[in-house]
Design a protein around this ligand. Sequence first.
Ligand code: URA
Length: 284
Amino acid sequence: MSLNRDDMLRELELLPVWKQRELPPPGREAAVPEVRVPVSEEPRPAPEPVLQQVAEVAPVPDATEVIAEVEVEIEAEVKAEPAVFAENRLEQIRHLDWQALQACVQSCVACELSVSRTQTVFGVGDPQAEWLFVGEAPGVEEDRKGEPFVGQAGKLLDNMLAAIKLKRGQNTYIANIMKCRPPENRDPHRKEIVQCEPFLERQVALMQPKLILALGRVASQTLLQTDATVAELRGKLHSYNGVPVIVTYHPAYLLRNLADKAKAWEDLCFARRTMQELQTAGEA
Ligand code: URA
């Protein structure tokens, strides 16, 4: 069966979209070449005023709905961040200078602690210091002030420093494993430590302190990658990325366990002796 032109176009689903222009009068074919024009692109009647059309076709969305949608999208992106972090961020952190590292910490959203923090707590003191003291995580007062060890435990730490003739800010630097406060002062979760520890690692690499004092269980276990207790770890010289480490009790623990203050005193004396040896070895 033979199809005529219209039947064929209909079979191909090209009708009624396409139509042939009317043929020009005989003798004028060359002046007006044949052009196939989609019907839908033929001149349209003049459009109605735009504002009127928008009002009729699409009512202006409620601004609060739009903001809520954007917030949901941002939240989803923030949740997606840790995966990106795992792939690229470790490498990036390893190349940051001190200032860039501070900025990176300030803007970090790699774990959920970023949602509840008031501010990050990078550290305090002299970045060229020989002594580095490492605690666990900011508490409520540190979160408010942006400085580590400013509460009750901080006062005891200052006294411990004074016991070995040191002073906050003078040849000392104080930092934490965690840069954000865990809510309700709970222990930091493993996945939060994994995200945050690279910051301290970079701080240590840039500072190159002579000696690190790990204060308490979380700092000691994280730096030394062990499950051993403070009681098991103290009294020995350990190492973190080539930097000597001495373990002692956390000042907050000592506030509750006065009997162990004598052991902390022994640890401080051990640390002072070790530092003298390291300084002497450095001069030789
Ligand atoms: N405890 C810590 O481990 N770090 C602080 O900064 C404050 C309390």
